[in-house]
Ligand binder design. Structure first.
Ligand code: BES
Ligand code: MN
Ligand code: MN
Length: 457
């Protein structure tokens, strides 16, 4: 049986298995789902066993478990380390879902569920591609799987795991499907991802909430102060004002920028899709550049005072915000976090107390297009899409891959099959059945071409 025949013969089962996986609410951010993440890890392990992987093990960590499995067919073959994550983002706001987030349904050829694309659907393509290669006797590389449950909360325990298991994880390349393509007609490969520095700030005023009539106007309102401080983080050209913020930013040549902007993109469609009248961003850059090669600063959440039903006249005692900065090569998350902290504290007026706390961070990443993994991935995509992919820069982050390079000395190849319109982290997340099967079909070609190119090297 050929790979294509095997996939066709098992199409429905592959899908049903994915739906089963999507029914497990493995939300890593919520402690009430600790049992579900464990169940999900065990489920993934079981599926790897059924696909004939060896040494399948669920490693417990201080957080959510990590699933490991491998198949060493021949010591002389190159080894691919597949990384993915089984944890998902919280589904909120739940009322905006057309169908419940953990009861997957198929509408217009698309699977709707939290995690459908990010990353259960994409991770599962690898297990089914592996099964296909095993069953058709075509596994051209050794393979190791490392599927974690804390990607969406900063991969806190994966770094330790990697440092402790360097031998176990020995490989020639890391293969990841956790990014998006421009469209199925214009396949693309993210050759860059941004880094991340995530901060939380608190502005404290009086020692208790106050009557806004009795005290208002005479005591600084922390909510007003916080709003002013946050507004000061961008100037009128939407540049970030933190001193030295852009010091290490890699500047692209005019040709590189031109190439990047040849990717098909319609600002009008973009605006329509998002329901906005106008785009916004750093002056002098296109939307593609603003999300791909430039660093940014976003408020992820702010809270203060009374936000319940009706009105309450109160001068809040404090105001808080969560702020993230996306970083590009060669910025460093620790340096940026320190610069942010110093500047934010400097912005604080004397009538409030301000504190800054740094959450998880991660470094930006670049895959060279002249590398063997890129060439193998591009050739694999060309084989199944009939057209060569274009290199793009992803705006999101997978912070752990910079650490893989540091600890294991391995490059990561991002071969994603999602679409930007798949509503990652949003209500009504989806994954096209077409993309799911296309991924399963394409992955074995990567193994084949990587093996050929690697031995010829
Ligand atoms: N799969 C995404 C990252 C991604 C999506 C990269 C689309 C490129 C295109 C990943 O699961 C994710 O959401 N990462 C987080 C970082 C993490 C530290 C919470 C992110 O980018 O916000
Ligand atoms: Mn992901
Ligand atoms: Mn995600």
């Amino acid at each position: 049986m050929t790979q294509a025949e095997y996939i066709a013969a098992n199409k429905d089962r592959f899908l049903n298995e994915l739906l089963e996986l999507l029914r497990i609410p493995s939300v890593s951010a919520r402690t009430e789902h600790t049992k579900d993440t464990l169940e999900c890890a065990n489920h993934v392990a079981q599926k790897l066993r059924e696909a004939q992987a060896n040494k399948v093990e669920v490693f417990t960590t201080e957080g959510h478990p990590i699933v490991y499995a491998e198949k060493i067919v021949d010591e002389t073959y190159p080894t691919i380390l597949v990384y993915g994550h089984y944890d998902v983002q919280p589904p909120d706001p739940i009322e905006l879902w057309a169908s419940p987030p953990f009861e997957p349904v198929i509408r217009d050829g698309k699977i709707y569920a939290r995690g459908a694309c990010d990353d259960k659907g994409q991770m599962y393509m690898h297990i089914k591609a592996f099964e296909t290669m095993m069953q058709t006797n075509t596994l051209a590389c050794n393979v190791k799987f490392m599927i974690e449950g804390e990607e969406e909360v900063g991969s806190r325990n994966l770094g330790k795991f990697v440092a402790l298991h360097k031998d176990l994880l020995k490989a020639d390349v890391i293969l990841i499907s956790d990014t998006s393509m421009i469209s199925m007609d214009t396949p693309s490969i993210d050759v860059g991802l941004r880094g991340l520095a995530y901060m939380e700030v608190e502005v404290v005023g009086p020692n208790r909430d106050l009557h806004s009539g009795v005290y208002g106007g005479a005591v600084a309102n922390p909510a007003t102060i916080l709003a002013k401080m946050m507004a000061a983080l961008h100037d009128e050209k939407n540049h970030i004002t933190i001193p030295g913020f852009y010091d290490d930013v890699m500047v692209l040549t005019e040709t590189e920028r031109k190439d990047l902007n040849t990717a098909p993109f319609s600002q009008v469609d973009y605006n329509t899709d998002l329901g906005i009248d106008m785009a916004w961003g750093e002056e002098g850059y296109t939307t593609i550049e603003r999300t791909g090669i430039r660093p940014t600063l976003e408020v992820n959440g702010m809270w203060s005072g009374y936000i319940g039903e009706g009105a309450k006249t109160v001068l809040p005692a404090k105001a808080n915000a969560k702020i993230s900065m996306r970083l590009v090569p060669n910025q460093n998350s620790d340096i940026i976090a320190k610069k942010f902290e110093a500047y934010f504290l400097k912005l604080a007026p004397p009538y409030v107390k301000v504190s800054v706390h740094a959450h998880h961070g991660g470094e930006p990443y670049l895959t060279p297009t002249d590398s063997i993994p890129y060439k193998a991935a591009a050739k694999a995509i060309e084989a199944t899409f009939g057209i060569a992919p274009i290199p793009t820069r992803g705006g999101g982050s997978i912070p752990i891959i910079a650490l893989f390079e540091k600890e294991l000395g391995l490059k990561s190849m991002l071969m994603g099959f999602g679409l930007h319109s798949d509503n990652l982290h949003s209500p009504n997340e989806k994954f096209d059945l077409f993309n799911f099967y296309k991924g399963i079909e394409t992955i074995p070609y990567f193994y084949q071409y990587f093996a050929e190119m690697h031995t010829r090297k």
